[in-house]
Design a protein around this ligand. Sequence first.
Ligand SMILES: C=C(O[C@H]1C=CC=C(C(=O)O)[C@@H]1O)C(=O)O
Length: 461
Amino acid sequence: MNRKLTTTRESQLKLNQDTLRFFTETIDAGRISPLAFFEAGDSCYKNERFYWQNADKTLTLVGLGHATVLTSNGRKNRFAHISTEWNKLRVALIKEEKDMEPVLFGGFSFDPENRTESEWSNFPSAHFVVPSFQLMIKNGKTSISINYITESGNAVEEFDRLRDERDRLIHIAQVEEFGPMAKPEVLSVEELEKEHYYDTVADVTKKINAGEAEKVVIARSVKLHFENEVTAVTALHHISNEQQESYHFGMQKEDSLFFGATPERLVEIENGRAYSACVAGSIRRGKTATEDRLLGEELLEDRKNREEHQYVVNMISHVFETYCTDISIPKMPKLMKIRDIQHLFTPVEGRLVQGIDIFSLVEALHPTPALGGVPTDVSLEIIRQEEGMDRGYYAAPIGWTDTAGNGEFAVAIRSALLQNNEAYLYAGGGIVADSEPDKEYEETWVKFRPVLRALGGKLNG
Ligand SMILES: C=C(O[C@H]1C=CC=C(C(=O)O)[C@@H]1O)C(=O)O
């Protein structure tokens, strides 16, 4: 391992002054499995790990340990708060040219105004971390960084300790076997508040017909009970294997793992360009290629689904018109085909206006009408009154940003909260004037499938 200190870093490490300094140091890691690196942190960083892989597989991130944690319990200013705190760290960064950008990874809750007692009690309205050890695979190249943030004087000793720890983690990841990776054994699947869900869909449809809102997304959850505790690496291994075309994410906090495989990008920023995706309107996959094509065509022509989709296009276009120039939005949706489901999909892109960061865009875009409704405020109030659960981080933004201002947030659907030998799975769908409870109920089963399958459940939807 390269232990040679650059002059700048060495002098800054030795500094005998109490100032905020954010050190990063990157080495090439050759070949290393990201999940093996994740698992290498099992004994020392069990509840301080994250995993991220983007949908096109050009970026994988694993974080172990916390160089720092940024949180907010705020209802109104949580996006600005995280952005401000991150900016303070960005200016304290001491980095050489060969070092990778340190990342800030985390997420926001769906609705901080929802105070229903729930399985989410340990999750604040925003939770972000800078990992102590950061694995990054970018365009096929694997690197590992140490991130260290300190406000006290001489840091040489602590940084040397971190280097030893990094080498230990790499060694474990490269040589130790982790497994077995059998799927978990499900004892039971409990449908939480099934009757309530049917009543809610009927009620919300009435409200929409009475003109109170145009669209409201209603979700529900099912709870799985397992024979044994399900490890984080088992859940991430299976979800990654089974949902190749989606974003994979996992965030561990205390005894919980929030994880999933979502097809939906909220926003990506790369070199000043912003990208989003309108994903709303769904139909199942066909059993044969012909049936699948016919179902796809049916979806593209279905008035109700096109209407659900158009609300999302209108809202995201409006946000892009406010924050970007040079915007491009196709006039017609395409099909996004993933393993269990087909969606209507419209990509959106533009050039970001100077001075706007990723948190401003996340705030402006969350929730899109694919997860909230139209109008946003009214639909959120209806969700609070009617849904009878706390979505926690389900359907909310999860992702990363770096010190250069690039980053990506996905919408955390097709997800679950795993707690020891139990898991809560979440799924919902857009309700409009002519929605039918039975069809909506069936659609939620299709949306439960990715996580259900990964966790060893039977696909009874
Ligand atoms: C709310 C979910 O999906 C959203 C995203 C895509 C399509 C949707 C739909 O067709 O209803 C939903 O708006 C979910 O998966 O839990």
